[in-house]
Design a protein around this ligand. Structure first.
Ligand SMILES: *Cc1c(COP(=O)(O)O)cnc(C)c1O
Length: 501
């Protein structure tokens, strides 16, 4: 017996009293009708209000003010008929946590609201979100076109993970070049993919430009909004069809839990290109011969994740983690706003240091992404930045080992500031050419700026620079290896050292 999605449309809204829905079953971007103090106001609540209140259950037992952790594998049926109806989708209650859970669905509603999507599905990690999102679109023989500069785990998933399943992912060389996106679309291309702010090079994607290319080609545009968060930009408002997040980063903020989410705008027409998305448009044995599109309408894609790529592959988010992520989101705007302004200050400060060759931060006027940042990220350009130290890897090593406040970690989005040397860690497995194309040089360090006092962070960066200066003077007097000898061959040097565009 296939696992039934526990909250199919339109019953999803009906089964969640207080979840406002339009007559057509579309989730509104308004608010639960109960339990929300601003109900009845003419204006839509602002982001800070939404991040606290959106999605919450209003029928919690004992009047619990926050959504409790429903840490239960399954849910009891009252009787024979209810069990049958629940599996048939005629009764909208929960069945089994792999297919749906009240704590998880409260988080799903909150994230759908904040991203202006129609619905959302939470899963166990950001990698799981990307996996279930792409596998609910593409099959063996299909092709996906991605921006060049993407999170290293995403790149590995695309090349090693999907490669073995016959889904080919190609990377456009210059994500700003809309003609290149257009040119490289093939008849079997099924999705375009990019990060709103790329990790770690801080390139900003032209959301509406790429979404127009996707729309013209009849394929969905998937945007990873992990670094920006919906506080800084909502890709769906600029034409994205699907948004994914690693909720382990800024959405949580505390660094205590992994999680991921796929948010569907609900607007992509899966039937526009005949034969392209047959798993959604053709009769499905699990749906008594109906197609996902016939059975679920605009909810077809999320129903497919809930019923197939999520529920059957099984990367379930623990309700415990959903609770922790929900706690984090309540302060999202405060954290990301503050972290962005500190990051902007640190980026400007780093740019003034003689040991720093270049700084990758879209908020800087020197950034090639500055125009796109002004257009898409007026509230701030995020908390992740990277910079290239003169002297390559030895300089980076000295700096890295000298900082005290910055934690040496391959993580971002934490309240604590973090530092990473991509070339020898997250990007170490790549060949030189791929690393060069991704502008990952030996001197590149990535920072994720936390909530500490900016002055304390500057002092810590000064410690790093002082250590670099002292190793350099040791090298130039005592050692035979000079910093310049550590550089890459001349031909690739400008590319590797960062400020090439
Ligand atoms: C961390 C990250 C991921 C992967 O998320 P996990 O929760 O670690 O699985 C995906 N995309 C981006 C941009 C990330 O930073």
């Amino acid at each position: 017996m296939p696992i039934r999605p526990a909250h199919d449309e339109p019953g999803f809204a009906a089964s969640h009293p207080g979840y406002a829905a339009h007559d057509d079953g579309f989730a509104t971007h308004g608010f639960p009708a109960h339990g929300f103090p601003a109900h009845g106001l003419a204006h839509e609540p602002g982001f800070a209000t939404q991040q606290v209140h959106a999605g919450e259950h209003d029928e919690a037992a004992f009047g619990a003010r926050i959504t409790p952790i429903y840490l239960s594998a399954g849910f009891r049926f009252d009787n024979f008929a209810q069990a049958r109806d629940r599996f048939a989708g005629d009764d909208q209650g929960y069945v089994y946590t792999r297919a749906g859970n009240p704590t998880n669905s409260a988080l799903e509603r909150k994230l759908a609201e904040l991203e202006r999507g129609r619905d959302a599905v939470v899963v166990a990690s950001g990698q799981a979100a990307l996996t279930v999102a792409v596998l609910a679109i593409a099959k063996a023989g299909d092709h996906v076109l991605s921006a060049q500069s993407v999170y290293s785990g995403t790149r590995s998933l695309f090349t090693q993970g999907f490669g073995r399943f016959g889904i080919e992912v190609e990377f456009v060389d210059d994500a700003r070049d809309l003609d290149e996106w257009r040119r490289r679309i093939r008849p079997n291309t099924r999705a375009l993919y990019a990060e709103s702010i790329a990790n770690p090079t801080n390139d900003v994607i032209d959301l509406s430009g790429v979404s127009e290319v996707a729309q013209a080609a009849g394929v969905p545009f998937i945007v990873d909004n992990t670094l920006a968060t919906p506080y800084l930009v909502r890709p769906i408002e600029h034409g994205a069809d699907l948004v994914v997040h690693s909720a382990s980063k800024f959405l949580s903020g505390h660094g205590a839990a992994l999680g991921g989410v796929v948010i569907d705008a609900g607007t992509f027409d899966w039937s526009a290109t005949p034969g392209a998305f047959q798993h959604l448009t053709e009769p499905d044995t699990g749906l008594q011969g109906a197609s996902y599109l016939e059975a679920h309408g605009a909810g077809a894609y999320t129903a497919y994740i809930r019923g197939v790529t999520g529920a059957l592959f099984g990367p379930v988010l623990s309700p415990f983690n959903a609770f922790l992520i929900q706690q984090g989101i309540e302060t999202l705007s405060l954290r990301v706003g503050r972290q962005s302004s500190t990051a902007a200050a640190l980026a400007a400060w780093l740019e003034d240091q003689p040991e720093v060759l270049s700084v990758n931060y879209a908020g800087l006027p020197s950034s090639p992404s500055h125009d796109l940042a002004e257009r898409y990220l007026p509230r701030g350009q995020g908390a992740v930045l990277s910079f290239v130290l003169d002297g390559g890897e030895p300089s980076a090593e000295a700096f890295y080992d000298a900082v005290d406040l910055f934690s040496r970690m391959s993580h971002i989005g934490d309240t604590r500031s973090l530092i990473l040397h991509p070339a020898t860690t997250t990007h170490a497995h790549l060949d030189d050419e791929t690393r060069a194309r991704g502008r990952i040089s030996g001197g590149l360090l990535r920072l994720s700026v936390g909530l500490e006092e900016p002055e304390d962070l500057v002092r810590d960066l000064e410690r790093g620079l002082a250590a670099l200066r002292s190793t350099r003077s040791t090298r130039s007097t005592g050692s035979t290896r000079s910093a310049t000898q550590e550089r890459r061959p001349a031909a690739s040097a400008p590319l590797l050292e960062g400020s090439t565009r």
